[in-house]
Design a protein around this ligand. Sequence first.
Ligand SMILES: [Zn+2]
Length: 277
Amino acid sequence: MIIYPKTCENLKGIEYLKEYVEKSKGIEIQLLSYEQTQKKTYEVLKRLKNEMPQLNEVTIHLPIREDFNFEALAFSKLEIEKERLKKLCEASEECDLNVNLLYHTRWNYNSWSNSGAIDRMKELLEVIQNSRVNILIENIYALVERRECAVLKVAKAIDDSHLKVCLDTCHLHCVANMFKISLNEYLNTYLNKEECEKYIQQIHFAGTLNKDGYIDEKKTHGRAHDTWASFEEDFNILKQFGIEDKVIVTEVSEDDYSTRKDQIKEIQMLLKKEEEI
Ligand SMILES: [Zn+2]
């Protein structure tokens, strides 16, 4: 099982996460500051590589705010994003790391297609060809999406080896719950196994308390699974769609990076599962 722990740009709790990072040789970093994200990213990559020379891969999650969604950046700051990717290519060489840059998107496939966002993504992908940098796009709960997984459709339409999907299990629960569809029925129309296997690079894995995750985001979204049964239900989704061998990022307790206790609990559940398999 490939488990990448997640922490913030200040590397909070890295001393507790280190043994797990070293095992899978990867980590995800949440950027928290809204300014100087370029400089922050470079500093974080350097620091991580210095502290863990065997590290092989880092996913950089842009700040969680609407103006950092792909559609916002691609239409207002395309040239700046190209520059960001150029600099990431340089940093990945200098630090000897695979680097993934993760964008959220709230748009459905029609918006991507009709607005020209797909062409803008292609322009960005040109910058990272022949590099160790990938772009990841993540599904987030979106009222306009309902029965299609836009990020998988976009990845399929563009079909570039540097563009991959990050599937968030919490947001699957959120959307099913918003539209009052049973999770099983919803998953069967929303996800396609072959597409999942081909385009998903990593999973954001966490519990969604009360199957909610959007009404009171801070309390219900991205929590450590509170029961083994709820953990197994979510792990079975990965198995159902053939993606249990992808990178699993334990994305929990994002409201508080001061301690990573919940995350260690979540990692240990995954390790227990690994023993069972
Ligand atoms: Zn996520």
